[in-house]
Design a protein around this ligand. Structure first.
Ligand code: S3P
Length: 169
């Protein structure tokens, strides 16, 4: 088995799905943000505060290459990972890439429920977040859609959605 790489916008459920999938397959799971945080001994927010988004993207790119050394694993990426450097093409070479595709409305609803800190969404009103998601998703979709597999998570029933996605992958 080659590695499985999960991509998609913030709030798509990449980490939740990745973790459940790895458990199901009995393989190791790596969340790229968590990997960055443990390697740098800093939170993603601290990294953004110290070196800005540009600095974070360089670190993220380097860490993606480190995680790529592991074989037969499940990796979930950050929402921006596929959109910088040659990351998307690189991930397609590494294994099977899956894009968890969701509407801006679904993403916003998930993000409201979640507790994670997203530096790109901080200090924005709900209306601003809504506009930001719509605009950024349009810019990012061309990268996301290069994934080898696209899973539309909007069409799935809410009942046991995670398991349904895991089974489909
Ligand atoms: C980002 C998404 C985050 C994290 C960072 C930047 C993005 O990961 O990498 O805050 O640019 O979309 P999640 O998609 O896991 O929230």
């Amino acid at each position: 088995m080659k590695s499985i790489i999960i991509i998609g916008y913030m709030g798509a459920g990449k980490t939740t799905v990745g973790k459940a999938l790895a458990k199901d397959l009995g393989v190791m799971f790596y969340d790229l943000d968590w990997y960055i945080e443990s390697r740098m001994r800093k939170t993603v927010k601290q990294i953004f505060d110290e070196v800005g988004e540009e600095g974070f993207r360089k670190i993220e790119h380097n860490m993606l290459h480190e995680v790529a050394e592991f074989e037969n694993v499940v990796v979930s990426c950050g929402g921006g990972t596929p959109c910088f450097f040659d990351n998307m093409d690189y991930m397609n070479q590494l294994g099977e890439t899956f894009y968890l595709k969701a509407s801006p409305e679904t993403l916003h609803a998930h993000l409201k429920m979640g507790k994670g800190v997203r530096p790109l969404l901080l200090n924005k009103t709900p209306e601003e977040v809504d506009k930001f998601i719509h605009e950024q998703l349009k810019l990012r979709e061309p990268y996301y859609e290069k994934a080898k597999h696209i899973i539309d998570i909007n069409v799935m029933d809410n009942y046991d959605k995670i398991n349904a996605i895991v089974q489909q992958i």
